[in-house]
Design a protein around this ligand. Sequence first.
Ligand code: SME
Length: 166
Amino acid sequence: MYDFKPATPLAPEELYRELLAATDALTADEPDSVANMANVAALLWEFLPDLNWAGFYRVGAAKNGAVDELVLGPFVGRPACIRIPFGTGVCGTAAQSRATQLVADVHAFPGHIACDAASQSELVVPVLRDGVVVAVIDLDSPSPARFAEADAAGIEALAAMLSARI
Ligand code: SME
């Protein structure tokens, strides 16, 4: 049994320090990427308030064999779109640009893909390995402007830790 949920509300720096410590404890010695992504999705859900979706899209081969699509990975939340082309929506933009997307109002984001109509704001961070994007971490919230720069910095640190573990 793991009980990693923070006992009391924490300031962002402390919250992400604890989230990274819990992630390290669960993933450091485990080579299975699906197990690691599944546990990290659960940790994100436990640690971060006011989310309606938390999880991974992996870079995968498209049905025609080209490696230019994201494919749904482990997550917590409602069932979601399975394949997202690079450059499409918030996740596809993060994958193509290899840059964090912090979106205060998803309805104002060109091409946003509404998997869950409840989503109002979103944070997507690419996971890079040797400079190549291998996945993205996607967080959705039912509240507008839920995510701040501290969240982007915290999830970027998480992505760096997971680079060789997923
Ligand atoms: N809204 C995302 C799609 C993924 S779901 O939110 C889980 C996007 O525009 O890329």
